[in-house]
Each structure stands twice: as structure tokens, then as C-alpha cells.
Unconditional design. Structure first.
Length: 99
């Protein structure tokens, strides 16, 4: 199993990871992929993000689209939400601490 972090607002990493896996010889079944952290917002400690209601709705819609894409990918077995409630120092949760 290969683990990968991916956040809406950050770099889309799944295609690059799958190319890296495909470039290696594993002698049989290809490794499975787990998205071990996902969330909405740039995944950098101390970074800021907008708390505008429309921007938050857009982030949730984009996360839904990304989760649906991973669901359709036969190599992705699991995706885990990093945090439901926002952390003020790591702003990737779905619910703000300001609300």
C-alpha cells in the first residue's frame, strides 16, 4: 500500500504517484493506494484561507469531486479526511473554529 496526502487547494498528486508506481517493477499486482490525509485548503501550517461562505462551499464541492474521482480509480482503496473541525494552525478542516 502506498500512502499519499492530497488537499484541495494544493497540488493534485494522484496522477504523478500512479506514474511513479507504474515506472517501478513490482513483479505481480500493482500496489494499492490510500489517500491518508485529505482536506480543504492549502496544507501548510500557519497558512491562511478564506472564511467567505461561498469560498468554503466551493472547497467542499471540490473535495466532493476529488473524492468521487478517487472512488472511480480502481487503484485507490481508501481516502481519509484529516480533520473535520478546522485547526487554526493547519487550516484544512471542513468546519471553521470561527463559526
Amino acid at each position: 500500500v502506498w500512502g499519499q496526502h492530497s488537499y484541495v487547494g494544493g497540488e493534485a498528486v494522484l496522477d504523478r504517484l500512479e506514474r511513479a508506481i507504474d515506472a517501478k517493477e513490482f513483479g505481480g499486482d500493482q500496489p494499492r493506494i490510500w489517500i491518508t490525509e485529505t482536506g480543504v485548503g492549502a496544507a501548510h501550517a500557519g497558512s491562511k484561507r478564506s472564511h467567505d461562505p461561498e469560498a468554503l462551499r466551493l472547497g467542499c464541492r471540490r473535495l466532493h469531486e476529488q473524492l468521487a474521482e478517487w472512488y472511480r480509480d480502481p487503484r485507490v482503496d481508501a481516502a481519509f479526511q484529516y480533520s473535520f473541525r478546522e485547526d487554526d494552525l493547519f487550516p484544512v478542516g471542513l468546519v471553521s473554529t470561527l463559526a
